[in-house]
Write a protein that binds this ligand. Structure first.
Ligand code: DHB
Ligand code: FE
Length: 285
């Protein structure tokens, strides 16, 4: 390992980058206006749910003040994206995609960056000469729900490296390492060479880590590839793919594993693994 990659990824570092990234890329979401009646409904329901917790669990002033200081520290650490994407997003994804046909999706998480380098249908994700980890050939086809191949579909991939770290959110990693935008061929097919990511530990040195330690939980997500698959006339699919037999498939801290999303790569006899996974997109309504 080089000196730069031994720099520790800190909560302050990845939290601040995730906050900055969200405010830059998702201004449409955060800046859009929601109807006052809807705000009233949701804010009232949320506040009432908190009141119910306080009554049913007989919350003390000590506990109320601990919560207040913890909420303040989440903002100071820039860890709101981490907190929300780990403990809340999976239910939003469930509700929003309930009526969708085609492949299952799951949470986006805080580490998507638009505009990763464009790559042809058969390609390697950008990686270091010294990139650690078992090589993985990930291939498949993108179709619509009617089975029609989607030529020119965009498969955006991002993943952690063999240390469980994401480029642009941990120090010392080249900007677009293990991130790419693959375009499918005339038959909607793609074949991408990458490495198997390592399990990911949410930063333990910030507010989310303090909550995990205080509640005696664990900070782990199973190893995963992130994907966003989009094609003209279809709903974009945001998903993640996991690896059979991997640690924490049953107890993902972000509750984002679904049985349909677990890959079973086979060794191809040359030290690499291969797996085929097809994506089926729902047409826009
Ligand atoms: C978080 C990180 C991830 O890589 C992910 O997929 C989901 C959530 C997080 O730290 O919040
Ligand atoms: Fe992730």
């Amino acid at each position: 390992m080089s000196d730069t990659t031994t720099l520790k990824a800190t909560a302050a570092g990845s939290g601040a980058s995730a906050t900055e990234r969200f405010l830059t890329d998702k201004t449409g979401a955060s800046g859009s206006r929601t109807d006052a009646a809807r705000v009233n409904t949701l804010a009232t329901a949320l506040i009432t749910a908190v009141h119910d917790v306080i009554r049913s669990h007989q919350v003390t002033y000590e506990e109320y003040n601990a919560l207040k200081s913890w909420l303040i520290s989440v903002g100071q650490d820039g860890e709101w994206p981490l907190f929300l994407d780990v403990w809340i997003e999976h239910v939003v994804e469930e509700v929003v995609t309930a009526a969708r046909q085609g492949s299952k999706g799951t949470i986006e998480g805080p580490y998507y960056v638009p505009g990763a380098p464009a790559l042809p249908s058969v390609s390697s994700l950008p990686m270091r000469d010294t990139e650690a980890g078992t090589p993985l050939l990930f291939q498949g086809q993108v179709t619509g729900v009617d089975g029609e191949p989607l030529a020119g579909a965009l498969l955006e991939m991002w993943q952690a490296d063999d240390d469980g770290l994401y480029a642009q959110f941990a120090p010392g990693i080249p900007e677009w390492n293990l991130r790419g935008s693959i375009v499918t061929d005339d038959d909607g097919r793609f074949a991408v060479t990458t490495i198997q990511p390592a399990p990911y530990q949410i930063p333990t040195d910030g507010s989310c880590g303090r909550l995990i330690a205080a509640a005696d939980w664990h900070p782990w997500r199973p190893a995963h590839l992130h994907l966003r698959v989009s094609a003209h006339g279809h709903e974009p699919l945001t998903t993640q793919l996991y690896f059979t037999g991997g640690a924490h498939l049953q107890d993902d801290v972000a509750s984002a594993v679904k049985p349909e999303l677990v890959l079973d790569p086979r060794s191809n006899g040359t030290g690499a693994c291969e797996v085929t996974y097809d994506f089926v997109l729902d047409p826009n309504s």
